[in-house]
Design a protein around this ligand. Sequence first.
Ligand code: NAG
Ligand code: NAG
Ligand code: NAG
Ligand code: NAG
Ligand code: NAG
Length: 496
Amino acid sequence: MQPKLSSAIAGLLPAMLVAAAPAPQIQSLGENTGPVAGVTPPIPTVTAASGSLYGSTGLQGGVAPIPDTSDGTAVVKNVKEVPGQDADANLGLYLDFNSVDEPQPIRGAFGGSDAGPRTFEYEKLNPDLFAAPGTDSGAVPNAVWPLGLSHNRPGASGRAGWARQQNTAVLPAAKDMAGVDMKLEPHAYRELHWHTAGEWALMLKGCVRVAAINDNSQTFTDDLCEGDVWFFPAGVPHSIQAFENGAEFLLVFDQGDFDENGTFLITEMFARTPRSVLSKNFRAPVDAFKNLPNNQLYIFNGTPQPKDISKQNITGPNGSLTGPSGYTYHWSQQKAFETPGGSVKILDPTTFPIASTFSAALVTVQPGAMRELHWHTTSDEWDYFLQGSGRATLYKAPSSANTFDFTAGDVGYIPQADAHYIENTGTEDLIFLEVLQASHFSDISVAQWLALTPEQTIIDHLNISSDVIEAIPKEKTILKTGNVNLTEIVDTGKAY
Ligand SMILES: *[C@@H]1O[C@H](CO)[C@@H](O)[C@H](O)[C@H]1NC(C)=O
Ligand SMILES: *[C@@H]1O[C@H](CO)[C@@H](O)[C@H](O)[C@H]1NC(C)=O
Ligand SMILES: *[C@@H]1O[C@H](CO)[C@@H](O)[C@H](O)[C@H]1NC(C)=O
Ligand SMILES: *[C@@H]1O[C@H](CO)[C@@H](O)[C@H](O)[C@H]1NC(C)=O
Ligand SMILES: *[C@@H]1O[C@H](CO)[C@@H](O)[C@H](O)[C@H]1NC(C)=O
């Protein structure tokens, strides 16, 4: 592959200087050499069409001349393997393909080289799809969606911001939750709106002012910054405006097919209502509505809000929503629970009751460590990766398992009851958000299950020794530490 790659690059120069051949077809397929932009196009040498679009019927099998089968080759020379690649496939070590130019889908005694066509970046980002652990089996519905592959919808002219989303259109298995990543530039608004889904949000960057009213004539206003959370129940109209440094936030909806482009918008509602009805409803002349915007505003630049929130904190006739009925939780101020391997903090209706079906955990996993093997009893799990890289194997009943890789900006989705772990495969802390549709955050820990089951029962099922079983803690540990040195794991047969 290397010779092909370099000859493809080298091939550009003669093509530009001498005579450009028509675009090659199958013969030189290999690595995509990168963006086309910026490359001086070759001077066209074909000035008139010639040839035929179809070949002769004499090329049909049985009639056509037989090729010399020693001519073609799919052999890849100079295959370079990465650490762990020749180890037993069932060890399933994480393969970091970044140390080679051309990753190959080989693991232990399995697989073979890949002669292309291909784009190495995908394979380097997804080594467990490309060279799956030997323990993977069958097919599990796709569980990862990189938001970097989502169509990004810009807001109004003036560089006001943008939003991109993940829903069942791109990740069909994600039936119960959908996500949106939204950017508001300084002082921009997400237009006043409401929707049929409940909206849970995590502030990723910057600060916003949010405001809403409910159906009991009660109001709510608050300011939030990075790490804080809001929740707006289905149907509750709300406003979001960024402060002077802009804001980016992550929205999680309790409908898998939620479409951020399909929300109810204040501008559209006004534009779609007969003007006489507006006049009657708002007790104002029809003329008062002559300057309404013709089109939706969606995301647009706004007038800077007063810093002093009391200037915009309007109290409804039935008071304000505060404390347990408030729509926000200042999660950034909650100290995480520290445990060997990382830290965890949980936000569920115990302390944030208004979001009665949203239970979330923000998990930090140190290099080599992992979120322990577990599953959730009643809910699917929607994940968002905020930093680092990791992987998860989803075991699906009765005998399928696929391993998926995740990096910052990816959404993960793990259906209810599928057993899984999330392992840090990178060199920095892995930080991710787990969101459940549940009244409290909980899981079944596989380690705890073993520790709390009669020992002989486990031995009869799994044939592991009693000293291993007796050493398993009876408490959930949430995280497990691990060794990052693959050589040592292979040599010592111990991954921790
Ligand atoms: C005021 O709010 C309470 C709930 O806190 C509700 O039960 C009551 O109906 C509300 N009153 C009005 C007039 O909306
Ligand atoms: C808004 O006003 C209400 C009183 O009506 C008060 O309880 C609440 O704390 C105020 N909110 C903020 C963010 O200051
Ligand atoms: C979103 O809605 C707008 C306005 O109706 C439309 O112009 C646009 O094409 C839609 N975009 C997507 C991605 O559906
Ligand atoms: C358990 O494993 C040992 C060691 O391989 C083997 O001798 C024994 O037969 C196994 N027991 C069962 C019940 O499979
Ligand atoms: C990994 O472990 C091997 C064997 O103990 C050791 O020789 C090597 O230096 C270690 N590598 C790193 C990066 O620590």
